[in-house]
Ligand binder design. Structure first.
Ligand code: AMP
Length: 285
């Protein structure tokens, strides 16, 4: 595995592979890797000839007061894991490399349809940062296929729009959420959770399963389902709801009556740690 911290080196290696006719797979991450990230890497390894992963904790997608500075970082361990998975190139630039002008850039990319919904409500500017860094990364490594996790479902829809609207010749693969044994969705931020906080974090998945059961037993009124989910989360120590929503899985608009492909998504603070999770249901009638 070659490690490139600068743009020119990463570009050169990736373009050389492309010239040889290799299919380039790309897994962008912020590091502190877990099995969720590795599931993307493994799928990409199977499907592509040349595999690139990136580790970059992107400052422009963190809001004021969020955890950019203390975001978990474990480069040594990440590097070992990626090497063991057969990654060909690890691109791991520093913040000054990606944003030479003091942490920002003068041109940003906005996505206007979906970015203000769900996570965008409490994290204004987050998806602007995500879109901007992805354009930069896509331009540098020019992947054929890019891999993302369903855990960040809203992000996957926005990335699809970005790829379409900016005419990137990139296919996107969205892979299922990988969970801990107690079903907490894996996340680099889970490292913050200890003791009671870790126990309480189970409430996200439990609320999703409660919703699924209610819907499967015939409930179609989203307000009622959400109200029961809220009750469950509120009953857990240290948990504070950011949002719980049932929306159309394509356009993320709220649905009153549950029908068709719906996304049930929630974000919950456990103390100061913000966790997200979701499931998608296809409700026939
Ligand atoms: P991050 O490092 O949090 O930016 O995540 C990098 C990629 O890994 C994103 O596409 C995430 O959606 C994906 N990812 C994060 N957690 C999981 C998980 N538990 N299961 C599957 N994919 C995940």
């Amino acid at each position: 595995m070659v490690i490139a911290a600068n743009i020119e080196k990463a570009r050169k290696i990736s373009h050389k592979a492309a010239k040889l006719g290799k299919i380039i797979g790309f897994v962008p991450t912020m590091g502190a890797l877990h099995e969720g990230h590795l599931s993307l890497v493994r799928r990409a390894r199977k499907e592509c000839d040349f595999l690139i992963a990136s580790i970059f904790v992107n400052p422009t997608q963190f809001g004021v007061g969020e955890d950019y500075r203390r975001y978990p970082r474990n480069f040594y361990r990440d590097k070992k894991q990626l090497r063991a998975e057969g990654v060909d190139l690890l691109f791991s630039p520093g913040a000054n490399t990606m944003y030479p002008s003091s942490g920002g850039t003068s041109v940003y990319a906005y996505e206007n349809d979906l970015s203000s919904l769900l996570c965008g409500k409490s994290r204004p500017g987050h998806f602007k940062g995500v879109c901007t860094i992805l354009i930069k990364l896509f331009n540098i490594v020019r992947p054929d296929i890019a891999y993302f996790g369903q855990k960040d479902y809203q992000q996957t829809l926005i990335v699809k729009k970005l790829i379409k609207d900016f005419n990137f010749p990139i296919k996107i693969r969205v892979l299922p959420t990988i969970r801990e044994i107690d079903n907490l969705a894996m996340s680099s931020r889970n490292a913050y959770l200890k003791g009671q906080a870790r126990k309480s974090s189970r409430c996200l998945y439990e609320a999703l399963i409660l919703a699924k059961e209610l819907i499967e037993s015939g409930q179609r009124d989203s307000k009622r389902v959400i109200s029961q989910m809220k009750q469950l989360v509120k009953s857990r120590e240290l948990a504070r709801i950011d949002y719980i929503e049932i929306v159309d899985a394509e356009n993320l608009k709220r649905v009153n009556r549950i029908k068709g492909k719906v996304l049930i998504a929630l974000a919950v603070y456990i103390k100061k740690v913000r966790l997200v999770d979701n499931i998608i249901l296809n409700v026939k009638k």
